[in-house]
Structure formats: C-alpha cells, structure tokens
Design a protein around this ligand. Structure first.
Ligand SMILES: NC(=O)c1ccc[n+]([C@@H]2O[C@H](COP(=O)([O-])OP(=O)(O)OC[C@H]3O[C@@H](n4cnc5c(N)ncnc54)[C@H](OP(=O)(O)O)[C@@H]3O)[C@@H](O)[C@H]2O)c1
Length: 243
C-alpha cells in the first residue's frame, strides 16, 4: 500500500511582507502549509520573494491592499472554488508611526481624525470585508479558522491607562466583530488573538517579545483550536483575555 501524504492545508496571511505577517508565513510553510502571502506590493516584498524561492511549490505572493474593495473582490474571484483552511487577518496599523511616536496623533490633547479614519479602515473595516468576501472559500474547508489580529490594547476590561484612542477603538471594534461573526457562522472557528507586545515596526523597539517567538506560540495555539474556541479572545498561549 502506498502512503499518500495529506494534502497541504491552505492559509492566507494579510500584511505578509514584514513583522508578524512574515513570521506566520515562514513558520506555517515550514510546517507544511500552502501559504498565500498577501501584500500591498509584491514587487517590493523581498523577504517574501526569498521565501517563495525556498518553497516554490508552497508560497504564493498575492497582491492585496486590504482597504481596496477591488483588490478584495479580485482575490475572492481568484480563490473561488479553492478551499481555504485558515485566514489570518494580520494587516494592521498604528498610523504613520509605530509605538511610541504614534501615540502623539491619537491622544485627548491631539487627535488626527484623518489618521483615525485610516486606522479604522485598515484594522476594522478591512478584516470584515475580507472575511465576508472569502467566506465561500472558508466554507469549502473543514472547520476553517479565521484569526483576527487584535491586541491587549483592544481589551476594555484590562484598560487601566487610556491613550492610543484610535488604535484601541479599532481593536475593540474588531473584538466585537469576532464575537458577532462567530455567532453567525458557527461552522467556522473565528478568534481574536492578542499576540503580545512584539518588536516590529508597529510595536517599536521598546517591545519585549521577539515576533518569531510570539508566532511560534500562536501557531501551537492554532493547532489546538476546536469549536469551543469559536468567538473567544485569547492570547498567544491560548489563555482567555478579558473583553
Ligand atoms: N507588534 C505588536 O506589538 C502588536 C501587538 C498587538 C497586536 N498587533 C497586531 O498585529 C498585526 C501585525 O502587526 P505588526 O506588529 O507585524 O506590524 P508591522 O510590522 O507594522 O506590519 C504591519 C503590516 O500590515 C500591512 N498593512 C498595513 N496597511 C495595509 C493595507 N492597507 N493593506 C495591506 N497591508 C497593510 C503592512 O504592509 P506595508 O509594508 O505595505 O505597509 C505590514 O505588512 C497588526 O494587526 C497589529 O495591530 C501587533
């Protein structure tokens, strides 16, 4: 009897060119996944291009600006009939600057409303639009997982500091979406993930967690997800975070 290897599971990662997004791609492809690495500008995504050369059969670069309806619809069309086992809504922003500089334009003393709107577009409206658009592909997989990259700053229960109003409200809204989508689509597993404060362009140099370590823990948590996690807000180790 010949052994047939299980077909690779497919994951789509947004904001895949750097930070946590790039780490998801690296670690999931190494675990045998087929990775659709979505980025605004594939031509300039040199690290992803290198990963695709290393795994030519299992890494595909996909052009996607998550706030562009036309990009989202084109991708949904391209994936029509293709089962998608996991969607990681990772693309996110703190505005033009990461932490701490980016706190400047989203404080009580000074709010830049244009920046706030953009943060909401990227962090809140875009994951909604993309998840809805890709639902037919997610439904073709068996118990697909949708990961919403939330943040500890999106927790209302743990908010003891205020500040970062634009970012906090975007992630608190994303948490609400997570629970609502989970209620409406119980055949999927939709979670909000707090990855911890990671050293990326967004997290800044002051962050203590290496993004590769956060993603390593998250990938272990993803592998252990079951229907009881649907609609939960969890950290990278799988522990519940207060809404
Ligand atoms: N780092 C942390 O401490 C931390 C903590 C909690 C939650 N998170 C969340 O984790 C996720 C990843 O953050 P990160 O730390 O890896 O940040 P990062 O290094 O700044 O990366 C952000 C990614 O999002 C992409 N992006 C932004 N706007 C986009 C758009 N309109 N279309 C497509 N892609 C877009 C960026 O692409 P470009 O290169 O094209 O700009 C980049 O790939 C975010 O949702 C963030 O809120 C991070």
């Amino acid at each position: 009897m010949t052994d047939h290897p299980a077909p690779a599971r497919t994951v789509l990662v947004t904001g895949a060119n750097r930070g946590l997004g790039l780490k998801y791609c690296r670690q999931l492809v190494a675990e045998g996944w087929l990775v659709l690495a979505a980025t605004r500008d594939p031509e300039r995504a040199h690290d992803l291009q290198a990963l695709a050369r290393e795994y030519p059969q299992r890494v595909r670069l996909v052009q996607l600006d998550v706030v562009k309806e036309s990009d989202v619809q084109a991708l949904a069309e391209e994936l029509r009939g293709v089962p998608l086992d996991m969607l990681i809504n990772n693309a996110g922003t703190f505005g033009p600057e990461g932490w701490p500089g980016g706190m400047r334009y989203q404080s009580l003393a000074h709010m830049d409303y244009e920046i706030w709107r953009n943060i909401l577009e990227v962090n809140l409206l875009a994951p909604f639009r993309l998840t809805v658009a890709l639902a037919p592909s997610l439904r073709l997989a068996s118990r697909a997982v949708v990961v919403m990259l939330s943040s500890d700053l999106g927790s209302i229960g743990n908010n003891r500091l205020g500040q970062s109003h634009a970012y906090r409200t975007s992630k608190a809204g994303l948490n609400m979406l997570t629970r609502s989508i989970a209620n409406e689509w119980p055949d999927l597993i939709t979670i909000a993930m707090a990855p911890g404060w990671c050293k990326t362009e967004l997290g800044g140099e002051g962050a203590q967690i290496d993004p590769a370590d956060s993603v390593r823990a998250q990938v272990r948590t993803f592998a252990a997800l079951n229907p009881s996690h649907n609609g939960q807000f969890i950290d990278r180790f799988g522990a519940t975070v207060a809404w």
